[in-house]
Design a protein around this ligand. Structure first.
Ligand code: PLP
Length: 454
């Protein structure tokens, strides 16, 4: 254990009292916490005064960067006026109404209404329940299965964690639950067959999806859910036509298309929403993270009028829609979201993400393509991953458990950069406000981190 200056230090008390999410608890006892103290722009500082370039924007989420005073003011003003009200049973509040309108107007055409929750996981639980409720409402009680993807990430609650297709989110938690299926991951570099083009690979995966539907019975498949670009599964950018092919199959069998844009929403891929980039016309859209730049918890589920109407009819039949959170449509979170969206618009952060995103993608490729440890560099806009390999030619991984990735995660801290490893892929997803000069600094610090391992 690291030396502890005094037993009442934050460091010691964290070790004594806290159990951290997504953490190897025994390793934590050995190395202790890094206690973050404050941040400014793309940088955060720990309690020892060390500076880190936050190359993952917290958890893919602090779009406007740290220390944005306008969000503090928006929160404080709303707290003074109306710190809390709920949205149950006909209650509403101004900021939540304004935000609902703004989201409907800025997202893909057919999306007509919003349901608010607090986290991406809660939003995806809401989606599953609404899909089931909808199919019950229209007299299709057998059409309940939802197809997600291997390596997809949709959260960690019992239902959303079941959608997630990563082994550590299932193992020993007794997940997934029934009615959730997983189809193949569209990662060409890892899963294409010898000599298979991206287009052929996309067609093969679409064929597998269709076969799964036919095997299960189309009358049992309710929805397909996917992140336009997979995030936590390793920043997987699908082949160009992948989504069109998947979507066409969904339409053929009357299967709802759910786009989980919890990471990709609000400019991350260089367009306001990744649905635009990949030509996705979703029936349901899930948003969170950058909606408030994560200054406060907030998530939103948007859906079409065609999806809404039978649900609304059913609430009249039953007497209520028996689902909702104490803090759904929280006025302070809504006020922060509105101010966050105003900043994004005024500072043209979608445009910045497109421009600086191009620069980031180019710089990463020119700096690291020939690096002996690097197998693939992938990404779009301001989201990228650098996959490390033991052997470039055979693409052999160092270690399927990602221990090397974990080493780089730690080593990055020493070099003043926070990146996140997903197995052996290092994810990069900086705040949308990042400049080209800061990208140069990111590339420099990341390069030092890589070279440390040679
Ligand atoms: N969906 C996607 C695409 C995500 O990336 C995440 C979190 O990273 C979630 C859902 C879950 O969000 P939360 O951690 O807020 O529950």
């Amino acid at each position: 254990m690291k030396p502890q200056p005094n037993v009442n230090s934050q460091y010691a008390r964290d070790l004594t009292y806290a159990f951290h999410p997504y953490t190897n608890a025994r390793a934590h006892e050995e190395r202790g916490p890094i206690i973050m103290d404050h941040g400014k722009g793309v940088f955060v500082y720990d309690d020892q005064g060390n500076e880190y370039l936050e190359a993952l924007a917290g958890l893919w989420s602090v779009g406007v960067g740290y220390g944005e005073e306008r969000l503090v003011t928006a929160a404080a003003e709303q707290m003074r006026k109306l710190p809390y009200y709920h949205s149950f049973a006909h209650k509403a509040n101004g900021p939540a109404i304004d935000l609902a309108e703004q989201l409907v107007k800025m997202t893909p055409e057919r999306l007509a209404r919003v349901f608010f929750a607090n986290s991406g996981s809660e939003a995806n639980d809401t989606v599953i329940k609404m899909v089931w409720y909808y199919n019950n409402a229209i007299g299709r009680p057998e059409k309940k299965k939802i197809v997600a993807r291997i390596r997809g990430y949709h959260g960690i609650t019992i239902a959303s964690g079941s959608l997630t297709g990563l082994p550590w989110n299932h193992r020993d938690f007794d997940l997934p639950i029934a009615n959730i299926l997983h189809t193949a991951c569209p990662h060409h570099y890892r899963f294409a067959m010898e000599g298979e083009s991206e287009e052929e690979f996309a067609s093969r995966l679409a064929g597998q999806f269709e076969q799964l539907i036919l095997d299960e019975g189309p009358e049992t498949i309710a929805a397909f859910i996917g992140e336009p670009v997979m995030g936590a599964g390793g920043v997987i950018v699908p082949p160009k036509t992948y989504w069109q092919k998947i979507q066409a199959i969904c339409r053929k069998y009357d299967i709802l298309v759910i786009a989980d844009e919890v990471i990709t929403g609000f400019g991350r891929t260089g367009t306001p929403f990744a649905c635009e980039r990949f030509d996705i016309d979703p029936d349901i859209l899930v948003l969170s993270k950058q909606i408030t730049s994560s200054y406060l918890p907030m998530s939103a589920v948007l859906f079409t009028d065609a999806f809404y109407q039978p649900i609304a009819d059913n609430t009249a039949k039953i007497g209520t829609f028996g689902h909702g959170f104490t803090t759904s449509g929280h006025p302070v979170a809504s006020a922060v979201a509105l101010e966050n969206l105003a900043i994004i618009q005024e500072r043209d952060l979608f445009g910045n993400a497109a421009r600086v995103g191009e620069y980031l993608q180019t710089r990463l490729r020119s700096a690291f393509s020939d690096h002996p440890l690097v197998g693939e560099i992938r990404g779009v806009g301001l989201i990228a991953a650098v996959e490390l390999v033991a052997d470039k030619a055979s693409k052999r991984s160092f270690d399927p458990l990602g221990r090397l990735g974990a080493y780089f995660f730690d080593q990055g801290h020493k070099r003043g950069i926070i990146i996140r490893n997903v197995q052996d892929s290092m994810a990069i997803c900086p705040p949308l406000v990042i400049t080209e000069e800061e990208v140069d600094e990111l590339v420099k610090r990341f390069g030092q981190t890589l070279d440390d391992a040679l």
